[in-house]
Write a protein that binds this ligand. Structure first.
Ligand SMILES: Cc1ncc(COP(=O)(O)O)c(C=O)c1O
Length: 346
């Protein structure tokens, strides 16, 4: 059955009259603006931001080789996760599917909306088995969240398995590509034109080094993007954030350099961690973090905190017992961590 965004969204969202401002009704540049009850004195920030984010969507579209109409911008990709659920899932009626272990916000946002989530365990090697996911599909499932490279495991999911799921699912398959720029893959933007029920998440928080500005993206068919834009807060991306994005996209060279350095450090760290006694396993990573397994994960985690080093304890997640996730820092930070780990585990 052909996917239709009109049938996918909730009834009340389909018929929603969203907030409209005078600047929605007017295009171009006016001589004076007396429509939005702004303060007329120039503080640099006295004006509301462009609610349609026209300029930065054009720049992002050029960077990702997609159309501006395929882009939704949110206050972090967390906003996109939340709005995808709120757009499509009626509380107590619709359901969401996610893989486990994976990023926690898919469950948190579902729970906030009063929507149950079905978790599908990855294989022992953290690969994805599409058939296992498909066996769970029910008519009331609206969203399937995948994450590639996956957090916290660091591996890319197999593209053929993902496509199998996109083809088999009646709802929308969301592939969270927050870490894709650290991987050898270009990601799945090339598939967006082919599959209407595929949405990708990207973010400025990781490779772009801009977690502080809070900007993430949902990329997908314009029919889905229009609905997300309809339900966002009108001015969800502030003036400073939009300015910063313009600045980096006009000069992205240093971003590519940072990515290169982080990937190089990740490869070096994988080798160094392997050498430390007590480390049972260093999982391969295509992201900007590494997952390791130890007998004494909780002890190491607590001791590192005493020494002022915070990493992420993922031991309580399914398939991750004894696992700690380490973000790749600067060379100096990584060296400090390695030294302290050696001291603690000696
Ligand atoms: C897989 C994944 N998706 C999304 C996010 C959140 O990104 P943002 O900062 O754009 O909200 C994170 C943050 O750690 C993440 O790991």
């Amino acid at each position: 059955m052909k996917f239709s965004a009109d049938n996918w969204v909730r009834e009340n969202i389909r018929s929603l009259q969203s907030y409209s401002s005078a600047r929605d009704e007017f295009e171009g540049t006016a001589r004076i603006y007396l429509d939005a009850n702004e303060n007329p004195f120039g503080t640099e920030l006295n004006r509301y931001p462009d609610q349609k984010q026209v300029e930065i969507k054009v720049l992002i579209g050029e960077e990702l080789e997609i159309e501006p109409e395929q882009i939704f911008l949110g206050n972090g990709s967390d906003e996109a996760i939340d709005l995808l659920i709120r757009a499509s899932c009626d509380p107590g009626k619709n359901r969401v599917i996610s893989i486990a272990p994976s990023y926690g916000m898919y469950s948190v946002c579902s729970a906030i909306q009063g929507v149950d989530i079905d978790m599908v365990l990855l294989n022992e090697d953290f690969s994805l088995s599409a058939d296992r996911v498909i066996s769970l599909f029910r008519n009331n499932h609206k969203l399937l969240f995948l994450c590639s490279p996956n957090n916290p495991t660091g591996n890319l999911l197999d593209e053929d398995e993902i496509i199998k799921l996109v083809r088999a699912f009646n709802g929308v398959v969301v592939v969270d590509e927050a870490y894709i720029d650290f991987s050898d893959s270009q990601g799945l933007t090339g598939l967006l034109k082919k599959y209407r029920n595929l949405v990708l998440l990207r973010t400025f928080s990781k490779a772009w080094g801009l977690a502080g500005i809070r900007c993430g993206m949902a990329l997908g068919h314009p029919e889905i993007i229009i609905y997300l834009s309809k339900i966002k807060y009108p001015y969800n991306l502030n003036v400073l954030t939009q300015r910063k994005i313009r600045e980096v996209l006009n000069n992205p060279i240093y971003v590519y350099e940072m990515i290169g350095l982080i990937v190089k450090e990740r490869k070096r760290m994988a080798g160094e961690l392997q050498k430390i006694g007590g480390v049972l396993r260093v999982y391969p990573s295509e992201a900007n973090f590494i997952l390791i397994k130890l007998d004494e994960a909780d002890y190491l985690y607590a001791e590192l905190i005493k020494r002022g080093v915070v990493i992420r304890n993922r031991s309580s997640l399914e398939l991750c017992s004894g696992c700690l996730r380490i973000s790749i820092g600067t060379r100096e930070e990584n060296e400090f961590l390695l030294k302290e780990m050696q001291n603690i585990l000696a």
